[in-house]
Design a protein around this ligand. Structure first.
Ligand code: AMP
Ligand code: FE
Ligand code: FE
Ligand code: ZN
Length: 282
């Protein structure tokens, strides 16, 4: 069984529609795929329809952007939550609205130095999609300023750049509580990815576990080997679910579908704990 539990469509910052992504997952030989767009479940319906045709199993999910009081970014995967749960919906709606305003402010700043306006960026945002820096990166690529998203993130779009603007995101402890209240399974994504910015210390993991965190994403290309060992020990100590995933973004990132996988046993634990939405089987 090939199980990949972290992918993005153009409902957030991936480059394929949910249906195209499901077809790519089937072509890559996956048996089970989770769709985990940033702060949105808008892809669940078209992805579900696609997997019925493709004979693939879909785990409906979402990646919730969070920020600690110290300003450290935390990404929290949620599986099988009720997408209409008011508390969780309110937080992701706040974050999505803040992301739009923030992206527009970043583009205003960038437009002083680069040939770029909001229409150029909008052209790269899927219908109703969660807006992120990758869409600004795509517009910079189209304008010939950088060669690809990675180059844009290396300089112009990093948090150290003068063009960078932050946005509202819930505290990870609150997000864990809301995901659980919505019947979902919270799994801490790429938590040791120091290449993406500052990472949280043990006290934040413990606070999130106390709040109901159920799993950690261990096998992810951005988690270095020592971080993975630490996460495996933490998971053993606290009986956490362990996942491995690609974090595929279509053409937007080099990550390939199925490059990291989750075991059937860990998927079974996610399915047993998730009560807000069912896994979609063909
Ligand atoms: P944002 O959500 O607007 O803060 O942007 C962060 C998103 O950008 C993450 O979800 C990543 O998918 C993407 N990202 C981060 N670093 C890179 C990179 N080097 N190349 C391509 N995409 C990236
Ligand atoms: Fe992303
Ligand atoms: Fe992430
Ligand atoms: Zn992701």
């Amino acid at each position: 069984m090939k199980i990949d539990l972290h992918t993005h469509s153009n409902v957030s910052d991936g480059t394929q529609t949910p249906a195209e992504l499901m077809a790519a997952a089937a072509a890559a030989g996956l048996d089970v795929v989770a769709l985990t767009d940033h702060d949105s479940t808008a892809g669940w319906a078209p992805a579900t329809e696609a997997v019925w045709r493709l004979g693939l199993t879909l785990v409906p999910g979402m990646e919730v952007s969070c920020k600690t009081a110290a300003g450290i970014s935390v990404h929290l995967l949620s599986y099988l939550h009720d997408p209409s749960h008011p508390g969780l919906l309110e937080e992701i709606t706040k974050a999505r609205d803040a992301r739009l305003t923030r992206a527009q402010t970043m583009v205003e700043r960038l437009s002083e130095d680069y040939p770029l306006n909001w229409d150029d960026v909008s052209a790269h945002v899927g219908p109703g999609a969660t807006v992120g820096r990758p869409h600004i990166a795509d517009a910079l690529v189209a304008a010939g300023v950088v060669a690809d998203r990675s180059e844009a993130f290396a300089h112009i779009l990093t948090p150290h750049s003068p063009y960078y603007v932050g946005h509202y995101a819930p505290d990870p402890v609150l997000a864990v509580q809301l995901i659980r209240a919505a019947g979902g399974v919270p799994v801490f994504a790429h938590s040791k990815a120091a290449s993406r910015g500052r990472t949280v210390g043990e006290e934040t993991f413990l606070a999130m576990i106390e709040a109901g965190l159920l799993g950690v994403e261990v096998d992810h290309r951005d988690n270095p080997e020592d971080g993975r060992r630490w996460l495996r020990a933490l998971a053993a100590e606290h009986s956490l679910i362990i996942t491995g995933s690609s974090d595929y973004h279509g053409a937007g990132k080099p990550n390939l579908l199925g490059e990291n996988l989750t075991s059937g046993e860990n998927l079974a634990r996610i399915e047993a704990a998730g009560t807000g939405t069912a896994v979609a089987r063909p």
